[in-house]
Write a protein that binds this ligand. Sequence first.
Ligand SMILES: O=C(CO)COP(=O)(O)O
Length: 140
Amino acid sequence: MNIALIAHDKKKDDMIRFTTAYQSILKEHTLYATGTTGQKIMDATGLSVHRFQSGPFGGDQEIGALIANNKMDMVFFFRDPLTAQPHEPDVTALIRLCDVYAVPLATNMGTGEVLVRGLEREDLSWRNIVRGQAPVSESV
Ligand SMILES: O=C(CO)COP(=O)(O)O
């Protein structure tokens, strides 16, 4: 599975704890991240992560592009709901695309725990069928 890992600054410690705890599950998958999050994960865990730009410099949009091509299977995006982000439109767009493509999304560690267990149990095997497909347009 292709997995995206993203954390706002005040949630990066959560992301490090999370990826450390579930390293054995995550290492079986292809990992992508925004720039700073990815570097911190690699430094802390040794996991191999494909890094995009930092979030405020377009990283969220790069990950959004993979979602829009139905190539991303799960997103862990630990958001900071208490701090205004200069790139809030990018954050909103990424979350919206997860809904457009029915991509499982965890915006906090609590949901992350559930999703990563689903990943371990191969609950996402349906993604192997839809990955890369165009979305079904809704008739108007
Ligand atoms: O801002 C982010 C997500 O919106 C995260 O970006 P970084 O991982 O580069 O800090």
